[in-house]
Design a protein around this ligand. Sequence first.
Ligand code: PEP
Ligand code: MN
Length: 265
Amino acid sequence: FRHGQASEVVVNTPDGDVVFSENHPLVVVAGPCSVENETMIVETAKRVKAAGAKFLRGGAYKPRTSPYAFQGHGESALELLATAREASGLGIITEVMDAGDLEKIAAVADVIQVGARNMQNFSLLKQVGAQSKPVLLKRGMAATIEDWLMAAEYILAAGNPNVILCERGIRTFDRQYTRNTLDLSVVPVLRKLTHLPIMIDPSHGVGWSEFVPAMAMAAIAAGTDSLMIEVHPNPAKALSDGPQSLTPDRFDQLMSELAVIGKAV
Ligand code: PEP
Ligand code: MN
């Protein structure tokens, strides 16, 4: 790969710099799939912050399979993320689907997420590469590691060196018991192939909250730099991805379990 020397991504958050790197503490990103209303996003932010998370995640623009499913609250959700950022001190990670929204997303987000379905949207990659906020690049559900790294290369080549790679599961033939197959083998493989920091998202990886903690711990054992965990105050009522979302109580418990595995949180 032509671009890249830095082995860490430093993100400025309201509470100070957070470093994604092999040589730094594990960074945990937590929050709901979608920003639903002010109470839930602020409450979730405070709970995950108290448990040790450094970033709040939450979708304003959602890539849904069905056009009739909840699409996210868009611009008003960005305002709620700004409120939650202020209230909690957490950094914000949220997804961009349309380059036309990039500027207003970058005004609120500390890290801009490119989702699995847009991993090879080369025009979007060039545009997130041409702005200065760090980018979280999720692996496409049928992307090879080469496809994924070349997608990252588009962002680097456009001038933005701050890319974090997030494995979120690849298409599985099961679908009955797991939503995707979480490919944890990417952790040592990426470590060999690239300097870019690594994130594992076991929530989208397995699709069911009861299986998330085991895979979060496995990801740390494999050597991940960071984790993304979906947390919702009332998963049964979530507007998206409720079945894979942990309650704040279960997330608290997971954070203390993670501390035992190794890399300090
Ligand atoms: C998400 O993070 O909520 C999301 C839609 O992720 P992915 O792009 O991995 O499906
Ligand atoms: Mn989700």
